[in-house]
Write a protein that binds this ligand. Sequence first.
Ligand code: ATP
Ligand code: MG
Length: 488
Amino acid sequence: MPGEVVGRIYGDVGLGAFRLTLAHPLERGEYLSVKDEGERDVLCQLDDVQRRSDLSLEKATEMVHGGSVDVQESFYGKARILGYREGGLIRVPQIPFAPGATVHRAQEPLIAEVLGLKTNGNAGAYLGLLRGHDLKVELDINALVQRHVSVLAKTGGGKSYLVGVLLEEFLRHRVTCIIIDPHGEYGSIRYKTEHIPKERAERFHVEPQSFREQVQEFSPDTKLNAEARPLTFSLGHLDARELLLFLGITNVRGYVAPMKSLLDEASQGAEDYTVKDLIRLARGREDGGALFEAIAQRLEYIDETRLLAPKGTSLTELVVQGKMTILNLRGVAPDVQELIVTRVATSFFDQRKRGKIPPLFLVLEEAHNFCPQQGQALSSRILKTIASEGRKFGLGLCVVSQRPARVDKSVLSQCAAQLILQVTNPLDVRAIAQSIEGLTDGMTEIIQGLPIGTCLVTGGGFTTPLFCEVRPRASRHGGESIKIVPNS
Ligand SMILES: Nc1ncnc2c1ncn2[C@@H]1O[C@H](COP(=O)(O)OP(=O)(O)OP(=O)(O)O)[C@@H](O)[C@H]1O
Ligand SMILES: [Mg+2]
């Protein structure tokens, strides 16, 4: 049974799109249906709406001066044909619709069938509801982990909130995840959200929930991040260059040789040497000099951070089946953050290859810093490798960024699913349009005006891009915007 009649097809009709007159205004993006030659209901989507009138400049001027003017107006639209399902596959009619054919508002069962929305069960990651409908949008978790996903929006657009929703779903489905959390926002997932407005709780079927049992957090700075356990790295596993980066010596030239000689000397003495041993050796050098003293001072600083230890945090502590591990990097210098991401990502990739750790999903917040399009970050190489090869080994990547144009294109284009919230910067809009197949000009325009809480979903088990109203968080969101002026 088709729904209410909303208009009729007019003019030249193509195989992919048609024009229609509308009985009353409809929103862009509305789902429609038209019967084809075989009497099948075909799903279509309104791409553009126009309001035309006979109001001339003269008549409008009359109105300005208080005259009463009779305005005749009508609504027109342009719709795209999405198709119908046959034998599980999406097909589109091979004969154009007849001009004059009636256009209906699409019924929810047809929308669900063609878009591939499950109306029962709870097998996927429940992200929210199809915009304007009561249909659940559930992403295929295997597709996300095997084919990677990106979450893109301008700053404050709702990325972390949406990633939080995704992580709650992963935890419910016992997917092992690791979060690179540069701002320390994700630890709040342990706690129930304080409040979900009744109307939203009922509409989205969400109740407050805590995930305390499944969450663990590590940080190099446990003074600043008190809920975290210490994240440390084995001193003996670092080479001279890596250690210099840990020390914040970025211009390593000149320092590599002295550092190498210190490490050689230390490893001859004892296998599990400490930072203090290195300081002692640096200060005890007879050939002394400014370089050794500079190294000794930096070592003293790093010794306080306790980032380096004879025995670092083991991989089996970090990756636990069915749990979420937050690597909270708040307070850590950017180059040390890069180093940490490089080391952990390299270990995850190597150990997944050997099947030593369970399949996992790696969430990379602020991805533009760890795999930038311009310039090189230490972590770029391993992240590109994971993006292109990770899927073979069950290592999924979730790339999160507020500057899509600044994320390495080869990483972004490997993400087969995209969750896009509002993006306004023209360069970022272009980067998104280039990295997504099947994005229409209409959708690109819509992205620029999306309200908070609505996202465009492409891939992830869906053949057609769709708009989703993100469900409320069950746990607490940690990235609240900070008000400078109270109650503004
Ligand atoms: N779906 C949603 N429902 C309700 N509130 C939301 C939703 N998404 C985001 N918000 C609110 O919008 C604000 C910004 O969201 P969020 O922290 O997720 O943005 P972001 O894109 O991660 O920003 P940044 O780029 O600064 O990290 C938060 O205060 C959050 O509570
Ligand atoms: Mg954020």
